[in-house]
Ligand binder design. Structure first.
Ligand code: NI
Length: 190
């Protein structure tokens, strides 16, 4: 089932996300719905809070970028309870990002170039991987959602100032996007 995407300003994006256990009710259905919703909205990553569920689940499929980044061919990841660690002296890299929950806005974001990722898959098997480049960026962006953070929280103060009114409008429910979305409840569109 395709679910609506929760938009900037909705409190669900700023709510604590719970650790997921094998007993989590409806886990398989939620994962299926997240995947369906992500493909429908043409995203490359989605986190559960973006479909209104405060649980530590992320799905990523960056295969569509394989033309520019050959290493991303067939790269799909379902991350449950992901944890990122970073070397203290690891380099940063800046690149443009967007987000299904912040439609129409693309801004440069500085991220770690290399990360170490620990996660569980849908069978709750543990995994560890060193990740770099574009995939490391996508993983950091999605894991930020699980920590109640959006990419616009990480842009320069000047850029933030420049998009302030767009963001305020979005939070008030004035948003146009191709997919079904949900704005903050007190500002619901008529
Ligand atoms: Ni996002």
């Amino acid at each position: 089932m395709i679910l609506p995407i929760y938009i900037y300003g909705h409190p669900v994006l700023r709510t604590e996300n719970a650790t997921v256990t094998p007993e989590y009710p409806g886990l398989q259905e939620l994962i299926t719905n997240m995947k369906e919703t992500m493909y429908h909205t043409e995203g490359i990553g989605i986190a559960a809070p973006q479909v209104g569920v405060n649980a530590r689940i992320v799905y990523i499929d960056v295969d569509v970028l394989a033309e520019d980044f050959p290493e991303l061919k067939d790269c799909r990841m379902l991350l449950i309870n992901p944890e990122i660690t970073v070397d203290e002296d690891a380099p940063f890299i800046t690149r443009e990002e967007g987000c299904l929950s912040v439609p129409g806005i693309h801004e440069n974001v500085q991220r770690q170039e290399k990360i170490h990722l620990h996660w569980q898959d849908e069978n709750f098997e543990e995994h560890d991987m060193d990740i770099e480049g574009y995939l490391a960026r996508v993983v950091q962006h999605e894991c930020d959602h699980l920590d109640k953070k959006l990419f616009v929280d990480r842009i320069s103060p000047i850029r933030k100032q420049l998009i302030r009114s767009k963001l305020n409008n979005m939070a008030k429910g004035n948003v146009s996007c191709k997919y079904r979305c949900k704005v903050a409840p007190h500002n619901r569109k008529k």
